[in-house]
Design a protein around this ligand. Structure first.
Ligand SMILES: NC(=O)c1ccc[n+]([C@@H]2O[C@H](COP(=O)([O-])OP(=O)(O)OC[C@H]3O[C@@H](n4cnc5c(N)ncnc54)[C@H](OP(=O)(O)O)[C@@H]3O)[C@@H](O)[C@H]2O)c1
Length: 213
């Protein structure tokens, strides 16, 4: 029977290309954009779960995110809280209300970042992406029948964060990347399908960072 994967933040650049990859691999995708499932708002999460009725799910991919754009001098408590809610709080609250709708061994996938090891000019972004490691270990303890993994991404070519960068800044990134190549959406699709299919991968952060040593 075809497996159904919930895609959170379904309007994201990466989500849109990944859905095509997953469908080609035989998965059905239940796309949930922010307008239907707002990860900062528990009421929206509860409404979404209620609306999904008796549907059972075979996995979740969290594609929502806030791009890094505030250094310490420009940041605010609002920005830091939003970063935290979107990356960490929202997924916890979604699982609180949705866990009983997940079939046995369902894989849950997060997107972390190369910022975990390299840092980011937005410390709230790097901190929230780093917290995904502790998050997946804790969720894996509580929901031992499910699988939790993350992919740590380097800069993805043509994504909104890439498009917003100046050419100089992009060049700085390119110099640190293997063969001067940015991450391609096809590579993400392949990695995601592997994480969905391979039941021996659990509690891992897969580095799709493209960085040189
Ligand atoms: N692109 C990269 O180079 C890169 C590198 C490292 C990690 N990542 C991570 O990979 C994931 C996908 O990245 P991307 O480039 O595809 O991102 P993107 O195109 O910038 O999209 C981010 C998505 O998150 C959604 N979102 C924001 N707040 C939300 C909320 N409260 N509830 C639900 N959805 C919300 C946005 O919804 P709206 O459409 O309504 O605004 C948007 O569709 C993110 O977690 C990102 O941090 C990306």
């Amino acid at each position: 029977m075809q497996k159904t994967i919930l895609i959170v933040g379904a309007n994201s650049f990466i989500a849109k290309s990944m859905v095509l990859h997953l469908e080609a691999a035989g998965y059905a995708c239940m796309a949930a954009p922010r307008s239907e499932l707002d990860m900062e708002d528990e009421t929206s999460i509860i409404r979404f779960v209620e609306k999904s009725g008796n549907l059972m799910l075979d996995g979740i991919i969290f594609c929502q995110g806030i791009n890094p754009d505030k250094n310490v001098k420009d940041t605010s408590m609002d920005h830091i809280e939003k970063m935290w809610k979107v990356n960490i709080g929202g997924p916890i609250i979604l699982l609180k209300h949705l866990h009983f709708k997940l079939n046995n061994a369902a894989p849950i996938i997060f997107f972390s970042s190369v910022a975990v090891t390299k840092g980011s000019y937005d410390p709230a972004y790097a901190a929230a992406k780093s917290a995904i490691y502790g998050l997946i270990q804790s969720l894996a303890n509580e929901f031992a029948h499910l699988r939790f993994n993350a992919i740590a991404l380097g800069l993805v070519e043509n994504s909104p964060v890439y498009n917003k960068m100046t050419e100089d800044f992009r060049e700085k990134h390119r110099k640190n990347m293997k063969e001067g190549k940015f991450i391609q959406t096809e590579d993400i699709g392949v990695a995601v399908v592997e994480l969905l299919n391979n039941i021996s991968i659990n509690r891992s952060i897969v580095p799709l960072t493209g960085t040189t040593p």
